[in-house]
Design a protein around this ligand. Structure first.
Ligand code: KIV
Length: 265
């Protein structure tokens, strides 16, 4: 049995921090579950870390459903959220409702996440009415990288902070069960969490939200390139994997792998 939204609310009320991590396959889903992590996000960051792209924009509905299916085969206890990819809900709310239903129906995950504030309110209401729990996403919203002119901290100016704050209130009122806040000043995230009853899950938003989310490859030391300030590397799997590969290569080359014991007779 998986965690439920009610379980997440109880954790927030009791002050127990909620943990969330992105995952895209069954192998890691099993490990995430074994570590007792509460929530999994099949993020459209899969465009970056699984597909090797420079942004999330090309990720399709079929892509997220495929990865969500893989994740669902690998775990049972985490509460699993799948991103609605760019293009699946921006043109019309009808598209968005169909996309949200498809994601739940075809993957078996528990909720969807979408990026945006006020403009998403009617869609959030319709999805929730249709039985699709929705997580909002405010602050740095990577699907808008071109209108935001890159990946920067959001909500620094008073006017922007006010817009974000009102967007968060509107999403909660529309029925969002939780909101991801990405790359915003700590004080703004704290203000938003204090004003909301639903859990805010922060990424680059400081420690005062109900929970935290990180991209799996970033926190395990598997990502290439410059790390954002908020990324802490909790492991160095990249180096461990390279060492294992090198050891395999040298054992094959010097003839010590496979040994007689590793051979059939
Ligand atoms: O796609 C993703 O991985 C995300 C997280 C960064 C929150 O949206």
């Amino acid at each position: 049995m998986s965690l439920t939204i009610a379980d997440l609310y109880r954790k927030k009320e009791s002050g127990e921090k909620i943990t969330m991590i992105t995952t895209y396959d069954a192998t890691f889903a099993r490990l995430v579950e074994a570590a007792g992590i509460d929530m999994i996000l099949i993020g459209d960051s899969l465009g970056n870390v699984m597909q090797g792209r420079g942004s999330t924009l090309a990720v399709t509905l079929d892509d997220v459903i495929y990865h969500a299916q893989c994740v669902m085969r690998g775990c049972t206890t985490p509460f699993v959220v799948t991103d609605m990819p760019f293009g699946s809900y921006q043109a019309s709310d009808d598209d968005g409702v169909r996309a949200g239903i498809r994601i739940l129906k075809e993957s078996g995950c528990h909720a969807v996440k979408l990026e945006g504030g006020m403009r998403c309110v009617p869609l959030v209401k319709r999805l929730v009415d249709a039985g699709v729990p929705v997580m909002g996403h405010l602050g740095l919203t990577p699907q808008s990288v071109n209108t935001l002119s890159g990946y920067h901290v959001q909500g620094k100016a008073d006017k922007d902070a006010e817009t974000l704050f009102n967007d968060a209130l509107a999403l909660e009122k529309a029925g969002a069960f939780s909101i991801v806040l990405e790359c915003v000043p700590r004080s703004l995230a704290e203000r938003v969490q204090k004003a909301l009853s639903v859990p805010v899950i922060g990424i680059g938003a400081g420690p005062d939200t109900a929970g935290q989310v990180l991209v799996l490859q970033d926190m395990l030391g598997l990502s290439l390139g410059k790390k954002a300030k908020f990324v802490r590397q909790f492991g160095n799997l990249g180096d461990m994997v390279i060492d294992a590969f090198k050891s395999y290569v040298s054992c094959v080359k010097d003839g010590t792998y496979p040994s007689d014991k590793e051979s059939y007779h």
